[in-house]
Design a binder for this molecule. Structure first.
Ligand code: FAD
Ligand code: S2G
Ligand code: ZN
Length: 482
């Protein structure tokens, strides 16, 4: 625990209670020990892998609240953790020690929507699924989708620069976010809540907050460009004999579906077997294959799209690129097929501890890392079907279109021998191929010490300079990121 940071006192709590007023906005176990249970969920991350010891949770209602809270914390050297939906997967959203949690869930309003341009302005604590449902009622779509949509916040999505299932079609938040409002450690409100697609006047400072994981400011409002929602959606689910076939299917999908292609997700047999084990659902295809792909199209004309998709299916089947496939016939089947991809994270979490690696590597070698890792865990005698083996499975899935692999080592129990076999092997493997050791989940506390495998010392030095400029006392989300 950094000795520079002050201990929380009842006087501090009194200041925050006077500022925020309502009881629900302040949960503290400093003045009321029985609040400890209420604080637990804010101390524990989604994977139940990281657990902080904060004694105070603050829920601001306005930007002004955030500004006054941060100014007070900065003046009194009180460390804080900004928190959205707490679905982050690198331990970034919970305290390491007793940092104060600033939870954004009360700032959850949609503030404005321009029906002609598709520009949405919302508060940071707006839940992703709520925003997307609002947009659906207007014929628009949120340019981001991920399995945690029911809980994660737009402010958390921006702060982790989340990628998700639609990046292939709608691009990154670095392109779709038009403006932000944020509050710096000293309480300064940064109003860059621009709603223009083009604004070439000076450094594009909002970009610094996208992916900063709460280390240089708290995002309080977001302005984002939302595309038209496509009325015609189709999903195909394929079984393929090798990763080489998967690459050929991806090429064919890009070539033959082109502008209507909206997702291309990869799953290996191991990941699908785990979903089956946990859900007990009927598999989409009769036989088992080493690989599966979920291909989604989104277009404006159902007949045109169905024709294109049918021709694509026949082509990849006739050429033997795809061994078997099924096409969703209605909305229910679309959701059922997506569940085989989106349900992997939940299934892994249900089965116990997981060593997670969210990486970007050159597409042709994307799956090689899974095979090399599995061979290594097996050679160490740690992989097997019965209880004495700590590792149940080494699986790979992810956003093929973004060359983003989710390598997950599913364990019966976490075991230092497993970690010793995995790290630094995996990070060295990625660095040798100039890949990224964190493609979309960020660094948090879990990946902080590995940043050097993907960023050189000059880059890390410049980042530290930015951190120093924006948060000289280092009170924002300490012990993480850099
Ligand atoms: P939190 O977890 O609360 O916080 C994440 C980080 O952002 C922390 O460092 C926190 O300090 C900071 N932060 C949060 N809010 C603010 C704010 N207002 N201002 C400043 N800093 C803030 N991620 C992907 O990229 N792609 C996926 O496909 C994907 N799928 C997922 C599926 C499941 C089932 C789960 C559980 C997670 C998945 N994630 C995925 C990870 C996670 O959902 C994303 O990182 C998400 O963007 C986190 O949003 P959140 O609101 O939960 O943020
Ligand atoms: C996904 C979720 C995290 C994981 O499902 O796309 O980002 O590693 C992942 O399961
Ligand atoms: Zn992902």
């Amino acid at each position: 625990r950094d000795p520079r940071f002050a201990q929380l006192t009842p006087d501090h709590v009194t200041f925050f209670r006077d500022l925020l007023g309502s009881d629900s906005a302040v949960i503290d176990s400093v003045t009321s020990a029985d609040a400890a249970d209420d604080i637990e969920p804010f101390n524990t991350d989604w994977m139940r892998k990281y657990r902080g010891h904060c004694k105070l949770v603050l829920k601001p209602a306005t930007t002004e609240d955030v500004s006054k809270i941060l100014k007070y914390c900065n003046d009194n050297m009180l460390a804080v953790v900004p928190q959205g939906g707490n679905t982050g997967l690198v331990g970034g959203s919970v305290p390491v020690f007793d940092e104060i949690v600033i939870n954004m869930s009360r700032m959850n309003q949609i503030l404005d929507f321009d029906e002609v341009s598709g520009t949405l302005v919302a508060e940071a604590g707006c839940i992703l699924e709520v925003a997307d449902q609002f947009l659906a009622s207007k014929g628009y779509i949120f340019p981001l989708d991920l399995g945690a949509k029911g809980s994660c916040h737009i402010g958390g999505n921006v702060s982790t620069n989340a990628g998700g299932l639609r990046l292939l079609r709608y691009g990154s938040l670095h392109g779709t976010v038009l403006g932000l409002e944020a509050v710096l450690a000293d309480g300064t409100v940064v109003d860059d809540l621009c709603r223009l697609r083009k604004n070439n006047t000076g450094y594009d400072l909002k970009q610094l907050f996208i992916g900063a994981e709460g280390t240089i400011g708290i995002v309080t409002k977001v302005s984002i460009q939302c595309p038209q929602r496509s009325p015609a959606q189709n999903v195909a689910f394929f079984g393929l004999e090798s990763f080489d076939h998967v690459q050929r299917a991806f090429r064919a999908a890009k070539g033959q579906l082109s502008e209507i292609l909206s997702a291309f997700e990869l799953m290996d047999e191991g990941s699908q077997a785990l979903v089956r084990q946990v859900t007990g659902n009927q598999r989409p295809l009769e036989a088992e294959y080493p690989f599966y792909c979920l291909v989604e199209t989104s277009g404006s004309n159902a007949d045109h799209d169905a024709e294109k998709l049918q021709a694509f299916l026949e082509d990849v089947m006739d050429k033997g690129v795809v061994a078997d496939g099924t096409l969703a016939q209605d909305e229910t089947q679309i959701r059922a097929l997506w569940a085989w991809r989106e349900g992997i994270t939940e299934a892994l979490s249900h089965l116990g501890g997981t060593y997670k690696y969210d990486v970007s590597i050159p597409l042709k070698e994307l799956y090689q890392l899974v095979e090399d890792t599995r061979a290594r865990v097996d050679a160490a005698g740690l992989l097997g079907d019965s209880d004495e083996f700590p590792v149940r499975a080494v699986v790979g899935y992810g956003h093929m279109g973004d060359a983003n692999l989710h390598l997950n080592v599913s364990t019966r129990r976490m075991d230092p021998r497993v970690e010793a076999v995995l790290e630094p092997f995996i990070y060295e493997w990625i660095a040798e191929r100039q890949g990224s050791i964190s493609a979309e989940h960020g660094l948090g506390v879990m990946k902080k010490k590995f940043i050097g495998y993907s960023r050189n010392p000059t880059m890390v030095g410049l980042m530290k300079g930015i951190k120093k400029t924006f948060d000289p006392n280092g009170i924002l989300n300490p012990y993480k990121y850099l």
